[in-house]
Design a protein around this ligand. Structure first.
Ligand code: AVJ
Length: 326
């Protein structure tokens, strides 16, 4: 039985309009318990993610960076100069200079949910590219976006890091279609997609020896305590990462190591020892899987690059005109 609105403890003032709060409350009430991965990225979470990208076990970042460095000229040859580069989930913009220096863009629009981090990263990038127009946009890129006017310049979407892997197939397709709408006519999309591989390589990338990924995962609970008046006993949770082969994804969970009770914005919750909270999916794609996904989302792959070990792929795709036979 659900409690009526009136019987529920009132949500503290000032939190009532928080999407984070709504997602956390809903996620703790559903079974299995799950909170969307986007809520990892407060400032601390963004910093921990940057630390993850430097870990020896975390192959995606360095592999993608090497692909961008090696194939920048080919990307530029297809994209041409004068495009507006729009980066979805730009974070520290660590890979962006590799792309920007290869393609002579007209402007750069980084989009990120972590506002302070976004502005600092944009300012730092501006020091390396003093003549480039940079227009940061603080937004959740899975929602509707309105970009500054393009002045006729075609756009190049940049979606690196295999962030698409956080989204289950219908949500990934919706996002790709929304990007096609946002980017407009004659757009291109350069997307990084992580490949299916041996779980002896995959699992350590999400369960590193130094515990940075564990801290990243557990930071979600600290963030709930900081921002949502939570009383979550963070010490009573442990980080879990496993490969779900049937779903082709790494799953991250937080597991209660004993029976726990806590409140979030005044609402009571409890987990029995061993129960988990699902915090992230990181879906991995075979080469054909990735191309089908892009086509389903309205993008036709035009070029693809991967490293010698096929760890990671970069795909350049063109916005498809509306479907027509054959
Ligand atoms: C930023 C979503 C691509 O799934 O590999 C890294 C996030 N989570 N380690 C990924 C992440 C744990 C990352 N993405």
């Amino acid at each position: 039985m659900l409690l009526s609105e009136r019987e529920m403890a009132p949500v503290a003032d000032g939190l009532a309009n928080s999407q984070f709060l709504r997602d956390v409350l809903a996620g703790l009430q559903t079974r299995p318990r799950a909170i969307p991965a986007r809520w990892f990225y407060d400032r601390r979470g963004s910093e921990l993610f940057e630390a993850i990208t430097e870990l020896p076990e975390y192959y995606p970042s360095r592999t993608e960076r090497a692909l961008l460095a090696e194939h920048g000229k080919e990307i530029a040859a297809i994209a041409g100069a004068g495009r507006v580069v729009v980066e979805f989930g730009s974070g520290s913009s660590a890979k962006t200079p590799l792309l920007l220096s290869a393609i002579e863009p007209a402007a750069y629009i980084p989009i990120d949910i972590s506002g302070d981090f976004l502005r600092e990263s944009a300012a730092a990038l501006g020091r390396s590219f003093p003549s480039l127009r940079i227009q940061p946009l603080e937004a959740d890129f899975t929602g509707p976006l309105s970009l500054p006017a393009a002045h006729g310049a075609p756009r190049l979407g940049f979606f690196p890091g295999s962030t698409i892997g956080n989204l289950v197939a219908p949500a990934a397709v919706d996002l790709l279609r929304a990007m096609a709408g946002t980017l407009g006519e004659s757009a291109l999309l350069l997307i990084g997609i992580d490949r299916v591989k041996d779980d002896k390589v995959l699992v350590p990338a999400y369960n590193d020896a130094s515990g940075v990924t564990a801290a990243f995962n557990l930071n979600l609970l600290h963030r709930i305590n900081r921002e949502l008046e939570g009383t979550v006993p963070v010490k009573a949770f442990e980080h879990l990462a496993h490969w779900n082969d049937f779903a082709s994804r790494i799953e991250m969970h937080l597991r209660a190591t004993k029976d726990v009770q806590f409140t979030v914005a005044g609402r009571p919750f409890s987990l029995k020892k061993g129960e988990t909270l699902h915090t992230e999916n990181s879906i991995k794609y075979g080469p054909r899987d990735a191309r089908v996904l892009l086509r389903a989302g309205g993008w036709e792959p035009v070029a693809e690059w991967s490293d010698r070990e096929s760890l990671f792929s970069l795909i350049l795709a063109a916005a498809s005109p509306m479907p027509s036979a054959p």
